[in-house]
Design a protein around this ligand. Structure first.
Ligand code: LIP
Length: 267
């Protein structure tokens, strides 16, 4: 770890501790009990166990900090100034199907702004992290977004449509059309946190997805910004306002991609 901040160390240690049981669970995936929370959103015992370990570690360091976490919801709700935002497994569907592409994501929010975050892919042993003003890192190296400035030379990643989307057909159409329109390869890997991390590291040039939960993207926000990327939240329109529509790019293709996406919406 290149950053010596005490807060980053707390997050790092919590993630490393939680990842041990997560890796074990991934190895025994077929034995896990699975209960359905919705068609595209599963809760597993591994998810809950990972969350419990992370929360215990974070509370040990700061018992009074607020917590917003995917499975358990809110803890110390009254503390709005200091809050951890946790996704114990981002990419749950991949995890459940034995696909080794998921991550633990922990962000720290101060007075409403994410100022520090870490995303850990336990299977590939890849850590992406950043703290406001200190740059973004991949394992021990500094990372920057790509320099590509034309959509047609770019490679993009998205989450695509969700089964339970309130605008299912529109979003599905949008995905199909954008893939055709931008004349650039579009990938769909199933983890928002890793999608954003990969843009930060220059592996992809942009990521977008509609109707995301805050915990899916919280840590990714600071990592991508510190890597020189640009993030825009597109107005929700008719969809549930607690969800976010995110467009995150290397900043050079922001306008071109946004124009393409908006064109989809009015077509
Ligand atoms: C998932 C995201 C994924 C998105 C899914 C879901 P989860 O998070 O990271 O990219 O397409 O709908 O939100 O549920 O695995 O934490």
């Amino acid at each position: 770890m290149r950053l010596n901040s005490p807060r980053m160390t707390v997050i790092y240690n919590a993630c490393m501790k939680a990842s041990k049981s997560l890796i074990r669970d991934f190895g025994e995936i077929e034995k896990l009990q699975v209960s359905a929370k919705g068609p595209a959103d599963f809760v597993t015992t591994a998810d809950k166990r990972t969350e419990k370990i992370i929360i215990e570690e974070l509370l040990k360091a700061h018992p009074d900090y607020g917590i917003l976490s995917e499975e358990i919801g809110e803890i110390n709700k009254e503390n709005k100034d200091h809050r951890w935002i946790i996704d114990p497994i981002d990419g749950t569907l991949n995890f459940l199907n034995g696909i080794p592409h998921f991550a633990i994501s922990v962000g720290y929010e101060e007075k409403g702004e994410i100022v520090c975050g870490l995303i850990f892919d336990p299977i590939k042993n890849e850590t992406f992290f950043a703290e406001k003003g200190s740059g973004a890192f991949f394992n021990n190296s500094r990372i920057r977004v790509s320099k590509k400035n034309k959509l047609k030379n770019s490679i993009l990643v998205t989450g695509g449509p969700k089964f339970n989307s309130s605008k299912k057909n529109d979003i599905f159409q949008e995905y199909i059309k954008i893939s055709n329109l931008v004349d650039a390869p579009v990938r769909k890997f199933g983890s928002a946190a890793l999608g954003m991390s990969y843009v930060a590291a220059g592996r992809f040039d942009a990521y977008w997805e509609w109707e995301l939960n805050y915990w899916d993207i919280a840590a990714g926000i600071v990592i991508l910004k510190e890597a020189g990327g640009f993030i825009e939240f597109i107005e929700p329109g008719t969809i549930n306002s607690t969800k976010r529509n995110i467009l995150a790019t290397n900043s050079s293709i922001q306008d071109e991609l946004k124009a393409a996406l908006i064109k989809k919406n009015i077509e």
